[in-house]
Write a protein that binds this ligand. Structure first.
Ligand SMILES: Cc1ncc(COP(=O)(O)O)c(C=O)c1O
Length: 359
């Protein structure tokens, strides 16, 4: 299509994972378990659902406020980020895109420790930027020295650190991220989409926000189970926030979603239930699956493993009604790498039993 920008024409179309319905139809199955998208298997806070039910429908024809007050206040009391340093967006992906609009011109370098979340690569390509990839070490932690040396050479306009990292699962050490922030003279975006799971059993970096060059992002899609409401948020200096607000779409979040998200943030009981269950099941999965192949430690709601041949493994599990994510084509991964979302107990039982039949 001649009118479309060359950057986009050169890109390969995104290949979404297979849906439950597709797998049911293809293999004639009545039950399929999806452990491929790191969704919350425990659903949503009842308080958020009540807020959605009670929403005043007269507001539907009005534009929402750019700064949803209830949500900003809930974020402030939930995580301790001052509300005049917080922005919200259409998912953390939406926030990330605005961050690119702020810093990235065509040809600029963006540094990523790999493997990591594939959508960063998409945005890099869309903006015509140059991805500079620095491999993680054997534990899949960031290699701070290599990042600092590479940053000196490549002068990136943005560094993205995903912690806990998707797909490998570990949260970064605070001292490593601090060293990186202090040595690299550029903005550092810390993606804490899975930060809640790390807080429970690892290290969240949520208090590193007072560095001028740091932006930390979070989402309502994972621990809070609100993926369909599309709410992400981030903290940054007040000065930077002023610039951010010039670059964002004016109404990124609906009032309906914002109010429900605020209620979800207030519901500590539901959150603790989710984090406790996830931690128990994650521990069990790592132990049980570890009988069959290498499974890495995780601070997230998924585990990363090396199964030898990922595409064969994923296909065989799919035939048995279980969908997991083949990561073998992610930058920096190898042919055996898969990511498996930690499901509910009964879902994990099905997975463990299916894997035992394959090995
Ligand atoms: C590391 C990471 N960042 C961001 C996102 C996107 O989150 P959201 O649903 O808020 O756009 C995801 C979703 O899977 C993710 O894994």
């Amino acid at each position: 299509m001649q009118f479309v920008r060359e950057e986009i024409r050169r890109m390969k179309a995104y290949e979404p994972g297979k849906s439950e319905d597709y797998v049911k139809r293809k293999y004639g199955l009545s039950r399929v378990v999806k452990l491929a998208s790191n969704e919350n298997p425990y659903g949503v806070s009842p308080k958020a659902i009540e807020s959605l039910r009670k929403f005043n429908s007269e507001l539907l024809s009005k534009y929402p406020e750019t700064f949803p007050p209830q949500l900003l206040e809930a974020i402030e009391s939930y995580i301790g980020w001052p509300k005049d340093m917080v922005v919200v967006g259409a998912g953390l992906d939406g926030v990330l895109e605005t961050i690119f609009r702020l810093f990235i011109n065509r040809g600029d370098s963006v540094l990523l420790p790999v493997p990591t979340y594939p959508y960063y690569h998409t945005v890099i390509q869309v903006f015509g930027a140059k991805g500079v990839f620095v491999e993680r070490n054997e534990e899949f932690r960031i290699d701070v020295d290599r990042i600092i040396t590479t940053a000196k050479r490549e002068k990136p306009k943005l560094i993205i650190v995903c912690s806990p990292n998707n797909p490998t699962g570990l949260a970064e050490r605070e001292e490593d991220v601090r060293a990186l922030i202090e040595s690299c003279n550029c903005p550092v975006f810390i993606d804490e989409a899975y930060g809640e799971f790390a807080d429970y059993d690892g290290v969240s970096l949520k208090h590193l926000f007072d560095y001028e060059n740091v932006i930390i992002g979070r989402t309502m899609s994972k621990a809070f189970g609100l993926a369909n409401l599309r709410i992400g948020y981030a903290v940054m200096s007040e000065e930077l926030r002023k610039e951010y607000l010039k670059a964002t779409t004016p109404f990124p979040v609906s009032t309906l979603s914002a109010n429900a998200a605020a209620k979800a943030l207030e519901d500590k009981e539901f959150l603790h239930y989710v984090l406790k269950k996830n931690a128990e099941e994650r521990k069990r999965l790592i132990k049980e699956l570890g009988n069959y192949f290498k499974v890495y430690r995780s601070n997230a709601n998924f585990v990363f493993a090396d199964v030898g041949n990922a595409s064969e493994f994923v296909e065989s599990l799919m035939k048995m009604g279980i969908i997991v994510r083949d990561c073998s084509k992610f930058y920096g991964c190898c042919r055996g790498h898969v990511r498996i979302t930690v499901g509910r107990k009964e879902e994990n039982d099905l997975l463990i039993s299916a894997v035992s039949k394959l090995r």
